[in-house]
Design a protein around this ligand. Sequence first.
Ligand code: NCD
Length: 308
Amino acid sequence: MPTSKSSLINLSQYSKQQFENLCSRSLSLKLKNNKLESSENFTNKFVAALLFFEPSTRTRFSFEAACARSGVHPMVLTGAAGSSAEKGETLLDTVTNIAAMRPDFFVIRCGAELDLNHVAKQINIPILNAGWGILGHPTQALLDCVTLIEKWNTLEKKRILFIGDVKHSRVIKSHFELAQILNYDIGVCAPTDFLPETFKNSATEAFTYFNNLAQGLDWADAVITLRVQKERHHKILFDVNNYRLSYGLNSENLSKFKKEGWILHPGPINYGIEMEQHVLADPRSLILDQVQNGVFLREALIRNLLKD
Ligand code: NCD
């Protein structure tokens, strides 16, 4: 049985070899569209607990689809409504009690109040991080990279520009870890209010900073524009119109972006803020490819986990 050692909570210990295996398995699952040889099917042998304490559409559905495709029964909890969390039970107690029912693994989306590393050790069941506060979202970074590998074959020395709410993005946190492993360059284009304090105070070499979108687009091979996370803003006075004018993707600024460049967004999209609606249909947009690849990436992850 897999133990907490097979958890995926962050990517700092991930290796290039692990990524390459996961990526090729994801893409071969996609190619076969899950028409697997019977030896690879282990229908109904496993049970997973999917706990989504924060809202989710793509990540939750793709984990559910990935479970179904791998013969894993998903038990899904979404939000507090209908569970004992409504009666005041803590997240830790919820996880500990469900762990007592011995699912084969957990998929958890939650805020930073739950220490996923600590919980995984305590329950000795693997946890797949499906978005943890602003700390990380490893499967999103992995699926972004699989989507770009499909186009480029390699990420070595590629320049990826992240636009927008870097401060509150768990997606970019996982990309900072993965970029070290896969050797791509990160650029950041954001108003200073959207930069974490640590970025403002240190002369870090981990990324190139652009305060001007045109310069950022000129530098980039691909852009990942991030959702403005209004629900996480406390002290930020955010002016939608100014933001849209300076950082929103539209046909005018994208007309100056490389013809062979790629546009990504983890979703959900705030149209009219980080991008105009027609950008989704730009031939360089990989936004729905990301969603599709998310299923195969998570299926590959689950199949690897259960074969440990
Ligand atoms: C992201 C998330 O929830 O972290 N979306 C996702 O998982 N597809 C990004 C976001 O919410 O902005």
